[in-house]
Design a protein around this ligand. Sequence first.
Ligand SMILES: *[C@@H]1O[C@H](CO)[C@@H](O)[C@H](O)[C@H]1NC(C)=O
Ligand SMILES: *[C@@H]1O[C@H](CO)[C@@H](O)[C@H](O)[C@H]1NC(C)=O
Length: 376
Amino acid sequence: MRCVWQVLLAALLLSSVAADEEIVLAIALFRHGARTPLHTLPQGKDPCTWPIGPRTMGQLTGTGEKQLYTLGKYYRDRYVSTHQLVSPSYNASEILVISSGTDRTVMSAYAAMLGLYPPGSNPGGPVGIQPIPIISSSDCPWTTQPDAIFSEYLTCPYVRHIKHHTSSTPEWQSVEKRYSPFMKRMKALFGLDYNISAWQIRSIFDPINCGLAEGCPLPAFLTRSDWSTISDIHRLKMHARTGKYDYLWTRMESTPILRLWDRFISDSIAGWPQARAVFFSGHDTTVEGVLATLNAWPDSAPTAPFGSHVELELTQGDLGEYWIRIYYQGEVVQLPGCGGPSCSIEEWRGILQRSLVDLSLCDEVGVHDARERVDL
Ligand SMILES: *[C@@H]1O[C@H](CO)[C@@H](O)[C@H](O)[C@H]1NC(C)=O
Ligand SMILES: *[C@@H]1O[C@H](CO)[C@@H](O)[C@H](O)[C@H]1NC(C)=O
């Protein structure tokens, strides 16, 4: 009997805490929307027609713009209407938008902000829409290399080294072996004049995937089953890329952005928030890297789609205590290392302490020593 009451009491407590929780900070990270391909197929092989000219590759399309506008409306629903975290009209003290320095991510941030502050949300303004600052340059106050916080830790020789060697690990070599006949068949089907390895799958995956997002069909010579194999190889590659075989790569790449998140959390708790909502406009590698570093990116996870999004919400309960909750695609992510769907600040800090890497490794030591010094 006592046990039943305890369970009931626990349930009541849980629900009352949830009801009284107030979101005090939201950090959102999204992948840019659908874009034009980064690779082209040989002439006559792509059923989709793409614009040709300078700076036409990797650009946000109308489809991508709409995806991010829709996401911005979701943020307006959640953070303006439901939780009143930020005001219905833009207030510079409340939001901060940080974008990777590519056209598609800056445009994605712009489209999301149009959803968050739609035309009409700025009634006194002179031009009908609300311009929102998007930080995406070397003037970014938190880092001298803004893209280092999104995906490529370009300046770190050690990360470059790991990246370079991932395709020669025994694990990846066994993937190459398994798919070698398939890749030979793809070379013939696509009429490629080079031998394509499984590691290079993106050169055929990317244009087709971009085409499908725009409503183009699969190339007529490709079966559904071929496409599903191509997608699967790409998924394996992305997991290798986020560090399945060398987790350190991901931890090093995601350390700058997660440190930044933690700093926003500390500032909020200290009562001097930099913003109430912070938006990061990044790439698949950013989204997957952050989740992988938090140990929440299982091997079976398909590649983060265009417009996919992660949110971190810092809430305060009625006893003044703080909680952190992570969402992916709007669903709560249960982080290993947390006792429930919400993490206490101590649990969160514990996860960061185990996952983040001291990046001075990049400056100080050679490739070999760095590996020795990090506790894998
Ligand atoms: C803007 O937001 C800050 C922080 O929430 C608040 O203190 C301030 O009153 C707001 N300004 C306006 C004009 O609403
Ligand atoms: C492709 O690989 C085959 C061996 O599998 C080799 O004979 C051929 O020269 C290679 N072609 C190119 C273009 O590298």
